[in-house]
Design a protein around this ligand. Structure first.
Ligand SMILES: *[C@@H]1O[C@H](CO)[C@@H](O)[C@H](O)[C@H]1NC(C)=O
Ligand SMILES: *[C@@H]1O[C@H](CO)[C@@H](O)[C@H](O)[C@H]1NC(C)=O
Ligand SMILES: *[C@@H]1O[C@H](CO)[C@@H](O)[C@H](O)[C@H]1NC(C)=O
Ligand SMILES: *[C@@H]1O[C@H](CO)[C@@H](O)[C@H](O)[C@H]1NC(C)=O
Ligand SMILES: *[C@@H]1O[C@H](CO)[C@@H](O)[C@H](O)[C@H]1NC(C)=O
Ligand SMILES: *[C@@H]1O[C@H](CO)[C@@H](O)[C@H](O)[C@H]1NC(C)=O
Ligand SMILES: *[C@@H]1O[C@H](CO)[C@@H](O)[C@H](O)[C@H]1NC(C)=O
Length: 434
């Protein structure tokens, strides 16, 4: 057909439409799902220059057809050709973070999005609101990555998410999701990243030990109120449950169950009891943050078990830890940042700590220097260690303010900011203080 025959634009389109149908490239089922997805987006939120602004929302043009490459310029990938039909299948929908609002409930139907070849669905960084529909997940058998991060989604995480057994990465962080984390998530055995932080999730963390590939779990900044799990997936490398309402103790088995764990953050909870030694003689842990809890003691490991320790940073500040400063901490070869602020420690500052700050290594050959040693807000008494006097402010971050030290002149940077506690308060806490 020659365009010269067209009498008007409208007529031209009318004459061309059947041709488009004939050359349709996109599988009709995928087309329906895309139409549903786009139909949920509030059109007024689609700004010029965004991906969706290039989508033909009437879907009169074929999204996977290269002929229309000035349309559907981004947000979509169709790189699977179905050999039985010669039609393209949608493999990825990654919308830009362009401030789209609307919901995941399709405008036309609320049936499942049937996208059997979809591997990635990423709608993160927008303003989508409303629930995550349960029906959404029933026909996404190849989906490996689902990101709905940083939107305004609310309601529960549907149990049906566990039917996407191919899922490897799930990002639901930064929404307003509430209710429990579905225990059916333990069926998603291919999962390797699970990010649920910054929602309003309640209840307990399900038993995830069956997720044998999981290496990152972040459920921080929620309202989880269970105990810390006794066992973690063996593959876990990074765990954050910071800022929840967790109670109870950390079981020794936690350290034993996850031998690859490098980062552990359980700060800002309501944990109590002893910090188990399995966190200190652990073969992989590099960073342990347990500040702002209610721990009362630290269990010392056998000192010969510390040689292989990888621990670099330990933060136990703002707890109820008492007794003497644990001598074994000065034997941890890689430790360079130690915060024990705002506890109930007493006794003198151990010489071994002071030597580590000064870079004189004592019993541990080649040990790292303590670049940070924060001891403020305890009941430590006696003199300031002599080697501290030679420290320059730029060489280390050290503070011993708000203790019961005999003298801590303001000319030393590690004494600046707050005075020592009053003699009366120190005696009240510890009558043997001289
Ligand atoms: C968006 O683009 C359309 C057509 O290209 C134009 O008419 C409109 O003014 C643009 N809107 C804004 C907000 O730039
Ligand atoms: C798909 O296209 C190929 C090459 O154009 C052709 O040989 C084959 O018959 C087509 N298959 C179907 C199911 O149409
Ligand atoms: C999870 O697995 C258990 C047993 O393996 C099964 O009973 C349950 O129905 C599964 N849940 C989902 C949502 O697939
Ligand atoms: C967690 O599940 C594993 C099997 O996947 C089981 O062996 C273990 O006992 C469970 N732990 C708890 C605390 O239920
Ligand atoms: C610590 O525990 C005590 C007694 O169990 C409780 O009264 C207090 O509120 C707890 N502190 C915090 C910060 O949770
Ligand atoms: C911590 O737990 C104690 C007792 O278990 C309770 O009295 C206290 O209110 C809790 N604190 C917070 C901040 O949840
Ligand atoms: C020392 O470290 C603490 C904790 O990270 C930090 O808040 C403080 O600013 C540091 N001080 C200096 C002088 O670097």
């Amino acid at each position: 057909m020659s365009p010269l025959l067209c009498k008007s634009i409208q007529l031209c389109l009318l004459l061309l439409l059947p041709a488009i149908r004939v050359y349709s490239r996109t599988d009709p089922g995928d087309l329906r799902a895309l139409r549903d997805l786009a139909g949920g987006i509030d059109r007024r939120s689609i700004r010029n220059g965004s991906c969706l602004a290039t989508w033909d929302l009437t879907f009169a043009l074929d999204p996977c057809d290269r002929l229309f490459s000035e349309r559907f310029t981004c947000g979509l990938r169709c790189d699977h050709l179905d050999p039985s039909t010669n039609l393209s299948r949608v493999t990825e929908v990654t919308l830009d973070a362009a401030g789209y609002s609307g919901s995941l409930l399709a405008s036309s139907t609320s049936g499942p999005w049937s996208l059997p070849h979809l591997r990635t669905l990423d709608l993160s960084g927008n303003s989508l609101s409303g629930p995550i529909p349960s029906a959404l997940f029933s026909d996404l058998p190849r989906m490996a990555v689902l990101s709905l991060s940083t939107n305004s989604l609310s309601g529960r995480i549907p149990d049906s998410i566990a039917s996407v057994i191919s899922l490897e990465e799930l990002y639901l962080d930064g929404n307003s999701l509430s209710g429990p984390i579905p225990s059916a998530i333990s069926n998603l055995t291919k999962m390797n990243r699970l990010e649920l932080q910054s929602n309003q999730l309640t209840g307990s963390l399900p038993n995830l030990t069956s997720l044998e590939s999981l290496y990152l779990l972040d459920a921080s900044n929620n309202r989880l109120s269970s105990e810390v799990p006794a066992a973690l997936p063996p593959s876990l490398v990074e765990l954050s449950l910071r800022e929840n309402h967790l109670t109870g103790t950390i079981r020794a088995s936690l350290g034993d169950s996850s031998r690859f764990l490098q980062v552990l953050d359980l700060s800002h909870n309501n944990l109590t009891g002893a910090i188990p030694s399995t966190l200190f003689d652990h073969p992989s842990l590099e960073q342990v943050t347990l500040s702002n809890n209610n721990f009362t003691s630290v269990q010392s490991p056998a000192s010969r078990a510390l040689q292989g320790s990888k621990l670099i940073a330990l933060d136990l500040s703002y707890n109820e830890l008492g007794g003497f400063l644990p001598p074994f901490l000065a034997l941890m070869p890689k430790l360079s940042a130690l915060s024990l602020e705002q506890n109930r420690f007493t006794g003198m500052i151990p010489t071994q700590y002071a030597l580590r700050v000064a870079g004189v290594f004592g019993p541990v050959d080649g040990a790292a220097r303590f670049e940070r040693l924060l001891l403020a807000g305890n009941y430590l008494f006696g003199p300031v260690p002599g080697v501290f006097m030679r420290l320059r402010p730029s060489s280390a971050n050290v503070s011993v303010v708000d203790n019961c030290l005999y003298r801590c002149p303001e000319i030393f940077f590690f004494c600046q900011g707050r005075d020592q506690k009053s003699w009366a308060e120190c005696r009240r806490f510890n009558p043997v203080i001289p």
